[in-house]
Design a protein around this ligand. Structure first.
Ligand SMILES: Cc1cc2nc3c(=O)[nH]c(=O)nc-3n(C[C@H](O)[C@H](O)[C@H](O)COP(=O)(O)OP(=O)(O)OC[C@H]3O[C@@H](n4cnc5c(N)ncnc54)[C@H](O)[C@@H]3O)c2cc1C
Length: 482
């Protein structure tokens, strides 16, 4: 008997192209002058050839098991290799509500398991996902199917990032009524108010928000739950509540001079450079004065995004200052490589100890200390140890702090019986999203800490399943606070 997989493997032999097909990017000297997307991507011919490189591995397929959302990558690539791009996009969309987004920004966890990786180079799953999703979007084939008969149950979703979007889509598809509450003026979470345009065009996110609204999701923006309206108010009005509030508070360094003009928190820097003024509260609409020498403190993806933003703002020197070495650096190494190609410099084993101001109270320099690596700390990475007497002063025009994020403590502080723990994370069951409060579920960065779009989606799917079960009267245990 010839199975489906056998016939695909036989077919591949006649069409295979072993080496990766290049996808297009805008030239460096053009793209660093604006904030438009860097990716041009595949076309129908190169996408088909690249997709046909997939070996259609027998079970267990490593790409599926490495994708937190369990995307059926081989099936999608098979359809793409046959020129059925819409079918391929719908396969991705079956497990992820944001294929256009993940295709652009995911660090391609699935590719790391690809059997082609070692010898020829992994299949460019992410860029193919972006290509097929864009094709399907243009053809109007990504709308959200909703049942005609509604359940009459009402769910409030707090936060409109990937976690909130996932829960809203999953539950509206089940016939429940969904209302999203969002603190910013526009929905989208970090996809709008964080990830820069050159990685993810805001229109991609706006299309998704429009799909949700067309499916019947109500979106109420400019509303920070915990202020005028509390979780208790929502629980009186809705049958269940989902908290997808992310980890949006930027950490500070607690060193002298942090309050000087010209010292920015990463989110403030990114949104004022990358977000259209009409998407911002009036107090954040003043344009940035980056100056010529910008120092970005930190070592993760956010630091890289801030430094690439500085280049696009016209900085002559955009320098990432990181207290460990490249080996300990978190984040996406290829993206870091792209930033260096664009002109970003990285100084390792250094950290500022003081920001120094001029007579107008604007930062003009920073005192930096050199570091050596000591024993590993709780993260498993070698601890940076300051080298006494190594301080020196570096002239700067702006400084951006990109040293980490934690959740906004507001909801934890204003909600009874909702347990939070380290750094204000909401205590929730990883498998069900259940919190310590009946009917209240949580997932995404506010539960596991700052991570990835795809992990927020994966955990939010589980929470949506539990909410659906809870609304159907099935038992979903509340998490014990102890
Ligand atoms: C600069 C930056 C770059 C990144 N780049 C990448 C990348 O390239 N690839 C990748 O996979 N991941 C990236 N990430 C991480 C990724 O964006 C997050 O992991 C993901 O967005 C988390 O989704 P979420 O829905 O849990 O939270 P969020 O996206 O943070 O959304 C939470 C939403 O809740 C809202 N909210 C919070 N409190 C309240 C309240 N009290 N009332 C109402 N609304 C509230 C917030 O305003 C926000 O809109 C990046 C993150 C940052 C900051």
């Amino acid at each position: 008997m010839t199975t489906n997989t056998d016939s695909r493997q036989i077919d591949r032999k006649f069409r295979v192209h072993m080496l990766p097909m290049e996808y297009d990017k805008r030239p460096i000297d053009e793209r660093i002058r604006d904030f438009a997307e860097v990716l041009i991507g595949y076309n129908t011919e190169t996408a088909t050839i690249e997709a046909a490189r997939c070996m259609q591995c027998p079970d267990p397929q490593p790409c599926i098991s490495r994708c937190p959302a369990g995307n059926d990558v081989p099936q999608a690539l098979w359809l793409a290799s046959q020129g059925d791009f819409i079918g391929a996009a719908q396969v991705f969309a079956a497990t992820s509500p944001l294929p256009e987004v993940c295709g652009r920004v995911c660090p391609n966890l699935c590719q790391h398991g690809c059997v082609m990786e070692r010898r020829y180079g992994a299949i460019s799953v992410g860029k193919l996902e972006a290509f097929v999703a864009d094709q399907a979007r243009a053809a109007g084939a990504l709308s959200i199917p909703v049942p005609e008969i509604k359940t009459g149950k009402r769910v409030a979703v707090v936060g409109s990032g990937p976690a909130g979007i996932t829960v809203a889509e999953d539950l509206i598809k089940q016939g429940h009524s969904v209302t999203i509450y969002e603190a910013w003026p526009v929905a989208g979470g970090v996809l709008v108010y964080g990830i820069p345009n050159f990685k993810l065009d805001k229109r991609v996110v706006m299309n998704k928000i429009r799909d949700l609204e067309e499916a019947g999701v109500r979106i109420i923006t400019n509303t920070r739950i915990g202020e005028d309206v509390t979780v208790d108010d929502l629980m009186a009005e809705y049958d269940a509540l989902f908290l997808g509030t992310g980890a949006g508070v930027t950490a500070n360094m607690d060193i002298p001079g942090e309050d000087l003009e010209g010292v920015y928190m990463s989110t403030n820097w990114l949104v004022r450079a990358n977000v259209p003024p009409e998407f911002l509260p009036p107090t954040m609409r003043t344009p940035l004065q980056a100056g010529k020498r910008v120092a970005v403190i930190g070592g993760g993806d956010t630091a890289v995004d801030c430094a690439r933003t500085a280049i696009r703002l016209g900085a002559e020197e955009a320098t990432i200052v990181y207290r460990r070495t490249e080996a300990e650096m978190p984040g996406n190494a290829p993206e870091r490589g792209v930033s260096v190609q664009e002109g970003v410099k990285i100084r390792y084993l250094e950290a500022p100890v003081e920001f120094i101001g001029d007579e107008n109270g604007h930062v003009s320099a920073m005192k930096v200390i050199k570091m050596a690596l000591g024993e590993p700390d709780s993260s498993g990475r070698r601890r940076p140890v300051p080298m006494e007497g190594s301080e020196y002063v570096q002239a700067v025009d702006s400084v951006v702090l990109a040293i980490g994020y934690w959740p906004d403590p507001l909801i934890g502080k204003t909600t009874e019986n909702l347990t939070t723990h380290k750094w204000g994370l909401i205590l929730a069951d990883e498998e069900t999203g259940a919190t310590t409060r009946p009917g209240v579920y949580a997932a995404g960065d506010n539960v596991h800490g700052p991570d990835l779009v795809i992990t927020a989606i994966a955990t939010a799917h589980k929470a949506a399943d539990s909410i659906h079960a809870y609304l159907c009267g099935e038992p979903v245990p509340v998490l014990s606070a102890s």
